[in-house]
Design a protein around this ligand. Structure first.
Ligand code: ZN
Length: 279
């Protein structure tokens, strides 16, 4: 039996991308806290180059926790130096994640490297990098959350597209510090969802919700508000929570033409209501 989210608003999280980065992080933190949410997932673009400690303190002082920190530099590269630099960039981000108090770092792993048609070469590089990052994150207390993306992003954004594949990589890397981020937008269509979510068990580190609009105007930036599309969100949440998952339900909506144009307080109120009624 899934949780009644209206009684668990402290478990509801806002991924700041949902608000379109219209306000500086300090203001965003205040709005998310005043709307009653318990958690926030900031992005590196809001944090890097700023006082990371102060941002972490502000988040805590506002009564919020982090549900995660977004997201990795893509790993695959066609030369060793770039490959190493990509890993190092992720290590720096992991340090920030630790300072902020994020339980996990979201890995969007990258697709083909320039000039390549070899998906398996990318996958090999990503696995090697993730093994190293899992060890590094372990020392900092930040887990590595592999997020499989919808296959339409395979070329440019993620050579990791299936939950089952993410779990295979977890098995292969075999570190207690690596798990998966389940984003309904990416995995709702998977015929093996029930089997694979059960298999994920205690490796589920993050759970992201939004909706798939029909038709979709833009594959990247036309995600829908929960309830406005065709994803059976309650069924997926049932499967996730049946594993014992009782962490955050995080709203993550990229919506250039709609939600990013709205007042962020309005968006937050709609997110909260829809979490209660449609997720
Ligand atoms: Zn996500």
């Amino acid at each position: 039996m899934a949780r009644n989210l209206s009684q668990h608003l402290h478990c509801c999280a806002i991924n700041t991308a949902t608000l379109g980065f219209q306000t500086p992080i300090d203001q965003t933190v205040e709005c998310v806290a005043s709307a009653g949410f318990g958690l926030i997932a900031p992005w590196r673009q809001e944090v890097e180059g700023n006082n990371v400690k102060a941002i972490g303190k502000h988040i805590r002082d506002a009564g919020l926790k982090l549900s995660g920190y977004c997201r990795s530099t893509y790993i695959p590269a066609n030369d060793t130096l770039t490959f190493r630099n990509n890993i190092e960039a992720n290590k720096c981000a992991l340090m920030d994640a630790a300072i902020l108090g994020a339980p996990c770092f979201i890995m969007v792993v990258g697709g083909l490297f320039p000039g390549s048609k070899n998906m398996n070469a990318s996958r090999q590089q990503v696995k090697e990098a993730c093994a190293e990052l899992a060890d590094y994150g372990d020392k900092l207390g930040v887990k590595i959350a592999l997020e499989p993306l919808h296959p339409m992003y395979a070329a440019e954004r993620s050579c990791l597209t299936l939950l089952s594949e993410a779990l295979d990589w977890c098995d292969e890397i075999n570190s207690p510090n690596i798990g998966v981020a389940i984003d309904c937008y990416h995995i709702w269509w998977d015929p093996n969802l029930k089997r694979d979510i059960a298999r994920a068990g205690n490796r589920i580190l993050a759970f992201h919700v939004c909706d798939w609009l029909v038709p979709t105007g833009d594959v990247l930036n036309d995600r829908g508000m929960m309830g406005d599309g065709i994803i059976d969100l309650p069924s997926i949440r049932d499967l996730v929570e049946a594993t014992g998952y009782n962490e955050a339900v995080e709203v993550e909506i990229f919506s250039k033409a709609n939600w990013w144009k709205r007042d962020i307080k309005e968006t937050l109120n709609v997110c909260r209501d829809r979490l209660f009624t449609t997720v």
